[in-house]
Design a binder for this molecule. Sequence first.
Ligand SMILES: [Zn+2]
Ligand SMILES: [Zn+2]
Length: 357
Amino acid sequence: MSAFNHVVFCVSMSSTHRALIFDDFKGPLEVRQLPIPEPQDDEILIKINYSGICHSDLHAWNGDFDYATIHPLIGGHEGAGVVVKTGEKVKDWNVGEPAGVKLINSNCFNCEYCKTGNEPLCNKISNNGFDRHGTFQEYVTTRAIDAIRIPKDLNLASAAPVLCGGVTAYKALKEANVKPGQIVAITGAGGGLGSFGIQYARAMGLRVIAIDHSEKKDHCLSLGAEWFVDAFNTENLTDHIKNITNGGPYGIVNFAAAKKPMEQAFEYIRKRGTIVLVGFPKDSKILIDTTPLIFNAITVKGSIIGSRLDTEEALEFVARGAVKVPLEMVKLEDVSKIYKKMEDGKINSRVVVDFSL
Ligand SMILES: [Zn+2]
Ligand SMILES: [Zn+2]
């Protein structure tokens, strides 16, 4: 970055910006004017144009997670914007480049997990919108090494929800190890993660059974699912899925945050198949019979979010048009209304804060 750019951006920016902040769990969500943060030597300052609203933001506000959270807190971890300032030691980002801020604010890059590309498992992790202020603010600083490259031809609004929701779905499908032409079952298929999941699965060459409430049937089929199974009104769901798949799906990705679909997955998974658990209900203990698991050589895995590489791969699918992101734009002030809708299960698209509104 040239000194000229540095000066231009410094004088053209005001010293404060809008941020949505709350002081305690479930406390009022207020838009306040706060000082714009200054990037450290190894950081960049990003003007956030769009920030996706994720279910985890609601959980962070509610205090549902047994996870480190600071107060007061600015939530948000799906931020997409443009670099407006770079720290002195930053060499690989330029002012004007599109950049994303994901859930993981920083990881150590030096532990066993970081070294093997498992950044989300780092023991020294810090997360935006949890133990560090997130992206429900107009300007965010982040270490340059943690920022995500956004393809230049991808619109920033569509990029935002991929930074958590999209990559979570994509990573879970990678973990399922289902090969092109084989069948994967997706539970909670009509929800936010499921809607991403169906599309990523199809783009990866997989055949999809979507499992969800009957009212999600048309939605799931329109996204490319080959079969739809009503999770609540299908007699002998296990037998039905085994029949249509001639022995069970090769992989199951469970996005449904409920115990029953998790238990059922163990019943209809194909021999040598892989169950990937993503959605977690508050009481997530389930009872499973381990004997068929052993005799059928089943793999069970958990999956959380992806690495920086997974995230950039997930963005590529959207940039190529292989995955579409249905968007609903709202104002920063409207986040609390969206949380209410989320609690009522009334969100069918990806809701994104548009800071120009
Ligand atoms: Zn999230
Ligand atoms: Zn680490």
